[in-house]
Design a protein around this ligand. Structure first.
Ligand code: 15L
Length: 270
C-alpha cells in the first residue's frame, strides 16, 4: 500500500506520524488548519464535518489513518460535529471511494471507566469516561458496521498517550512512543488479513492495564519501555483524587470541557 491519507495531520500525533512514516508512503496530509507539506507529501485542506470535502481527500487513496477530530473532552456540539459527524463522513467517503483500509484512532477513553485494578483486552466492551470517549466507542462501532456490511478493512487503535516520553504516573501505564505508534500504524496498513481489529496503542509498559495480545498476534513488537522513566516520574508523583486514581481514564472521569488530564476539574494544573 502506498497512497495513504492522514487526517488531523496538523495535530501532535499527526506530526509524529508524518516524521516516522516519511518516505514509506505517498502521504496526503489533511487538516482543517493549514500546514506546510514536507517532501513527498501533498496537503489538501478539508473540514471533515463536510462530506464533499471528505470525498475529495479520499480520491485515489488506498489506506486512511484517521486522526481527525476533537482530541479531548468537549461540549456535545463540538464532539458531535468533529467526532460523530466527521467520523461518519470519513467511513462513508472511504466506502464510496473504494478505499481498502481505514485505521481509526480510537482512544483509551473509550474504556476509561474500567478500574485500574482490572486488566482488559481487545474484547472489553466500551466503558467511556467522557463524551469524547463515547465518540471513540461510536467510531469503533461504525468501523465494525462498515467492515461487516461493506467489506472495508478496519483497524482500531485504542491509543494511550503518544509522546517522546511518558509525562506522569498514569501515562507510565498507557504511554506509546512515536516509533511504536508508527509500527502499529504500519501493521494496520500492511497486514495481509485484517477484517475488523481492535488493539491498544501502548509501548512495552510494565505497569499496563491492558493485555495487548491481539496486537502481538498481528506482529507488534514495541521497542520502547515506560519503566525506563518510572523512577524519575514516581519521585515527583502527587496522587489525584480518589476517582482520578481509581479509573484508567484518570482526569477524564471528571472533565466537562477541554478534558486535559494535566489539569483538575476546575482547570488548575495538577
Ligand atoms: C487521548 O485520547 C487524548 O487525545 C490525548 O490528548 C491524551 O489526553 C490521552 O488521551 C491520555 O489519556 O493521556
Amino acid at each position: 500500500m502506498k497512497k495513504v491519507l492522514l487526517t488531523g495531520a496538523a495535530g501532535e500525533v499527526g506530526g509524529h506520524l508524518r516524521r516516522e512514516l516519511a518516505g514509506r508512503y505517498e502521504l496526503r496530509v489533511s487538516d482543517v488548519k493549514p500546514l506546510t507539506a514536507g517532501p513527498g507529501e501533498q496537503f489538501v485542506a478539508a473540514d471533515i464535518t463536510n462530506l464533499a470535502d471528505v470525498l475529495r481527500i479520499c480520491d485515489g487513496i488506498e489506506g486512511i489513518i484517521h486522526l481527525g477530530g476533537f482530541s479531548v473532552e468537549g461540549s456535545w456540539d463540538t464532539i458531535h460535529a468533529a467526532n460523530i459527524v466527521g467520523c461518519y463522513n470519513l467511513f462513508e467517503a472511504a466506502r464510496q471511494k473504494g478505499v481498502k483500509r481505514v485505521l481509526f484512532a480510537s482512544s483509551n477513553h473509550a474504556v476509561g471507566f474500567y478500574p485500574r485494578s482490572q486488566r482488559i483486552d481487545h474484547t472489553a466492551i466500551p466503558k467511556p469516561d467522557s463524551r469524547y470517549g463515547v465518540s471513540k466507542a461510536f467510531g469503533e462501532s461504525l468501523g465494525s458496521l462498515y467492515a461487516d456490511k461493506y467489506g472495508l478493512e478496519v483497524f482500531c487503535i485504542r491509543i494511550g498517550n503518544v509522546k517522546e516520553r511518558p509525562v506522569d504516573a498514569r501515562r507510565l501505564a498507557i504511554w506509546i512512543s512515536p516509533r511504536d505508534i508508527a509500527q502499529l500504524m504500519t501493521i494496520g496498513l500492511e497486514h495481509p488479513s485484517i477484517h475488523f481489529e481492535i488493539v491498544y496503542g501502548m509501548s512495552d509498559n510494565k505497569r499496563a492495564w491492558w493485555d495487548n495480545s491481539n496486537a502481538a498476534r498481528l506482529g507488534y513488537k514495541p521497542q520502547d519501555r515506560s519503566e525506563d522513566y518510572a523512577a524519575e516520574i514516581m519521585a515527583k508523583h502527587k496522587p489525584g483524587d480518589e476517582r482520578t486514581e481509581m479509573y484508567q481514564g484518570g482526569g477524564f472521569v471528571h472533565a466537562e470541557t477541554g478534558g486535559d488530564p494535566n489539569k483538575d476539574a476546575t482547570g488548575k494544573p495538577i
